[in-house]
Design a protein around this ligand. Structure first.
Ligand code: FO1
Length: 319
């Protein structure tokens, strides 16, 4: 007999940046660390000043380590920006704000990558150094990059997201490297063992989309017990440009559209209470629906939502 309600449950969570990291943190709060594997998007990664920057991996890492900036959700709490200030003084590019302590992560990562370690190995080392229990894995060790097709031309993801503040209208996406990139052995093994796969409230187009685009991943997930948490509440993305992207692509900015994006992979969808009136539309996509407060205002809110998601997954498995 398990001591804790979820002690026997092995979970794989798919995550992008800030929203995904919050639910992953909630899951880490209710599951034994060895039972949680967080698979993270790497298609937002880029190179700056010769450094390999992995914003989503770092956001998940810092959040699970309890050191993420509470103001932004990314970067390290209380970080200083002396290096950035000097770069500005030297008229060097400073549009992507790297804190001084955050920079240490990029330096340490880049050095290990240059020494021949895979991103999976480097991430394992960084997580161990930060005292993180659950496993955080990049979805691939290969090159995978989102290019945003806009009315002003093709832009690398961070150019679009940070430098251009998501201003250009989106026409589509190119996933550079997807022909050659493979999911890691560790990712596939975790899927094999999982009792449920949780799609965190991340952008389905540019955060979870690249993970699901890796060869064999959709096929493996199709047979699993799967639950997603809505990344959209009341037509607004909880964080980031998803609602704007949907409307520029001629789609409705809604939780229903997010659910549709994951069809036919999902067994369950957690909808925000505010959108309860859309339950029937999502059920007609072939998913069970649970309504909950999905905003995760504080740490207890993250754990509460995580527990709701796991109970929902357990009920789906029992059907
Ligand atoms: N987002 C911003 O809007 N502006 C920044 O200057 C910025 C810097 C940054 C540095 C390190 C890091 O790990 C994340 C950072 N982010 C910044 C967030 C990042 O662009 C997004 O979280 C993701 O790529 C979208 O999921």
């Amino acid at each position: 007999m398990a001591l804790n309600e979820f002690d026997d449950l092995k979970i794989v969570a798919l995550a992008g940046g800030v929203g995904g990291a919050k639910l992953a943190h909630g899951l880490a709060g209710v599951l034994p660390p060895e039972n949680l594997t967080v698979i993270v998007n790497v298609a937002d990664d880029f190179e700056l000043y010769g450094l390999t920057i992995c914003p989503d991996l770092d956001t998940v890492m810092y959040t699970l380590a309890g050191i993420a900036s509470p103001e932004t959700g990314w970067g390290i709490a209380g970080d200083t920006f002396h290096c950035m200030e000097s770069l500005i003084q030297l008229s060097a590019p400073a549009w992507f704000r790297l804190g001084d302590r955050d920079l240490a992560t990029h330096l340490a990562r880049t050095r290990r990558l240059w020494d021949g370690e895979t991103l999976t190995q480097v991430t394992r080392h960084l997580c161990a150094s930060l005292g993180i229990g659950p496993r955080i894995l990049p979805c691939t060790d290969d090159l995978l990059r989102t290019i945003v097709e806009t009315d002003e031309g093709d832009l690398e993801f961070q150019e679009y997201f940070v430098r251009r503040k998501c201003d250009p209208a989106v026409r589509g996406f190119i996933l550079r490297g997807k022909e050659a990139a493979l999911p890691t052995r560790e990712f596939l093994a975790a899927l094999e063992e999982a009792d449920a796969v949780v799609f965190c409230p991340s952008n389905p187009l540019v955060s979870l989309g690249p993970i699901l685009a890796l060869p064999g991943v959709r096929e493996r997930i199709a047979g699993a017990n799967t639950v997603a948490v809505t990344p959209i509440i009341g037509g607004r993305a909880v964080k980031g440009p998803l609602a704007k992207m949907f409307s520029e692509l001629g789609r409705e900015s809604s939780a229903v559209e997010a659910a549709r994006e994951y069809r036919p992979l999902l067994r369950g969808f957690v909808l925000d209470r505010e959108d309860a009136s859309r339950t029937g539309e999502i059920e007609s996509l072939g998913m069970r629906v649970e309504t909950a407060d999905t905003l995760m205002r504080d740490e207890p809110g993250r754990r509460e939502l995580a527990a709701r998601v796991l109970r929902f997954a357990q009920s789906l498995a029992a059907e």
